[in-house]
Design a protein. Structure first.
Length: 346
């Protein structure tokens, strides 16, 4: 068989580890690999490279993606599906392994369901919000970076009696904010899913300082919508601007939070927005391991002709689930977890 592979959407650590794992297993099965550049765009615009042993050697530990990435995909309409099919036909590609998040999987489903493409999906995103799987490649690495950042912010906050507000990525899902906040010892964790006001956050800070603490750490998920119960501050809804692919362009809510907290508590409050630092650099060992398990299974599914599947983490297992499961709303933190998060605050 000739197997195509692509990485779509926002990059993250661990993409190369998936490519490496898919390649090893597929070569063991006697198949040939072709890599499409810039995600689905490379399939639509016929931009590819042969994935040889020389190209793939040593990439397991590398961040980013040797195939590059973009957010375009066939679900965006026009003649994209037809052009994608023509490219795949030209290169005699029998099946495609698609590594991506929500948008990239929409493209995979469109091509599989409407155009009969033999496709297998591998989930990645630092947001960990793709429905159908409990874990995505890249999440653990981003979490490690965010946690280390909080460790560093804690010591400088202490030296200067400051409140530090640290904003992490994750779009509408608070997984990164929640686990980084808990692991990094944050005193307040503001999640997109929880309706916590800046007054409540400030009360926690004021109470701590009343109990003899001179510094505090606040973690904010970038999708947090600012609420003010006193009406002293404008509510800020972060979801109004959209990027080229229709996703909300987030980032900056921490500035509003810090302003409100400083006003309400009287303590000097500084902001750190981690941004794309969370997506860069080498993957953690856990992400390399997850990527390896996902890549291995994806290659086996293709070999067996079991298409239309997403390789997924379900409980302790890595197994195939129907690609349709990636449809629908982002996988966010359920309400019954809020009490757990609250127990770490203050
Ligand atoms: O989905 C991954 C992610 O890093 C989000 O957490 C973030 O909001 C977004 O992508 C940033 O996208 P871009 O790199 O296009 O600015």
């Amino acid at each position: 068989m000739k197997i195509g592979i692509l990485t779509g959407g926002g990059d993250c650590p661990g993409l190369n580890a998936v490519i490496s794992s898919v390649a090893r297993r597929s070569w063991d099965h006697g198949h040939e690999l072709i890599g499409f550049k810039y995600g689905w765009r490379g399939v639509i615009e016929d931009d590819s490279i042969p994935l040889t042993r020389d190209v793939v050697r040593g990439i397991m530990r590398e961040g980013g993606t040797i195939l590059r990435s973009s957010g375009d995909n066939p679900a965006h309409g026009g003649d994209r599906p037809e052009r994608a099919l023509a490219t795949l036909k030209k290169h005699q590609v029998d099946a495609l392994i698609v590594i991506g998040g929500e948008g990239t999987m929409k493209g995979a489903l469109t091509m599989h369901r409407d155009h009969g493409l033999a496709v297998v999906g591998v989930p990645k995103t630092i947001d960990n919000d793709l429905p159908g799987t409990e874990l995505t490649v890249g999440f653990d690495s981003a979490l490690a970076i965010a946690t280390e950042a909080l460790d560093r912010l804690a010591t400088t906050a202490e030296s200067h009696d400051r409140v530090m507000v640290c904003e992490v990525m994750g779009r509408t899902a608070g997984w990164l904010a929640m686990y980084a906040g808990i692991a990094g010892g944050a005193d307040v964790i503001l999640l997109p899913e929880m309706d916590m006001s800046v007054e409540e956050a400030s009360e926690i800070v004021t109470r701590r300082h009343g109990q003899g603490r001179d510094s505090s750490l606040i973690v904010v998920g970038e999708g947090y919508n600012l609420r003010s119960t006193t009406g002293l501050f404008d509510d800020v809804n972060v979801e109004h601007e959209l990027d080229a692919y229709g996703f909300p362009r987030l980032g900056g809510i921490s500035n509003h939070v810090a302003h409100a907290v400083e006003q309400l508590t009287g303590f000097e409050t500084r902001v750190t927005i981690l941004g794309h630092v969370q997506r860069g650099g080498p993957p953690t060992a856990r992400d390399r391991a997850l990527a390896s398990r996902f890549g291995f299974l994806a290659a086996d599914l293709v070999h067996e002709g079991n298409f239309g599947q997403l390789v997924a983490q379900v409980g302790r297992d890595v197994l195939p689930v129907p690609l349709e499961q990636t449809e629908g709303d982002a996988r966010v933190i359920p309400e019954d977890v809020f009490e757990f998060v609250r127990s770490f605050m203050g």
